[in-house]
Design a protein around this ligand. Structure first.
Ligand SMILES: [Zn+2]
Length: 228
């Protein structure tokens, strides 16, 4: 992405910079930075909302996830984290099968979908890019600030929440916390039921939060160690 940004700056040079200067002007004065050097602008252009990041068809944000596109009506194009800060993971339970969930998220009349769906064997489908706002929380602000993860099963059947599913989901959640720089704790990893104003109860009282957060924190620490 950096290279492409540099190439772009070189190609359409001054004009592109002046257009970005206009957009960034507001940001600069708002944070009291004053006048930004052009080299700073070159570093910042990708943070400006509305400057599209390159999108590759079929690309996923989490290695190993399988791309299965949700219907475009079930999400909104955005440029996160440039336009909205991502600081929540929202845990859902599908109240249905993995295949059934993929099917409704592909249905434009459904009106909702999450970024990820985790199958009971640990397989993960990504259906919406993390850049984009998925309609999963039933609360606009929480949709804009979160990544939504669905889990195959029913809230009243704890046997649906397999070890493989907990482990795979925990690694995914930890990776999201690391990527956007927010803590892997229960303030930032929440259930759908905890979203203000929702009438949904998932993942339900039988979701094992202690076990899940232990796995999330372990994966989070491991990811941090690997980075350092
Ligand atoms: Zn839900």
């Amino acid at each position: 992405m950096g290279e492409q940004g540099a190439a772009k700056g070189g190609r359409d040079g001054g004009r592109a910079v002046s257009r970005r200067t206009l957009i960034i002007g507001g940001v600069a004065s708002a944070v009291g930075v004053g006048v930004l050097a052009r080299s700073d602008l070159a570093h910042m252009w990708w943070q400006v909302p509305g400057v599209d990041k390159p999108r590759e068809a079929g690309a996923v944000d989490y290695r190993g996830a399988e791309w299965v596109a949700a219907a475009a009506a079930n999400w909104r194009r955005a440029d996160r984290p440039a336009d909205y800060t991502i600081d929540r993971v929202i845990v859902h339970v599908t109240q249905g099968s993995y295949q059934g969930t993929l099917k409704v998220f592909k249905d434009p009349w459904h009106g909702a979908a999450a970024h990820y769906v985790v199958r009971q064997d640990g397989h993960i489908a990504q259906m919406i890019r993390e850049l984009d706002v998925a309609f999963h929380a039933g609360n606009r602000e929480f949709n804009e600030r979160s990544v939504g993860i669905e889990h195959e099963g029913f809230v009243d059947r704890p046997e649906d929440f397999t070890d493989a599913m907990y482990a795979a989901s925990a690694r995914l959640t930890a990776a999201i916390c690391r990527r956007y720089g927010f803590p892997a704790d229960r303030e930032h990893v929440i259930g759908h039921v905890e979203v203000p104003g929702t009438d949904h109860t998932d993942p339900g009282p039988l979701w094992n939060w202690d076990k899940y957060m232990r796995l999330v924190k372990a994966a989070y620490e491991k990811a941090g160690a690997a980075k350092a």
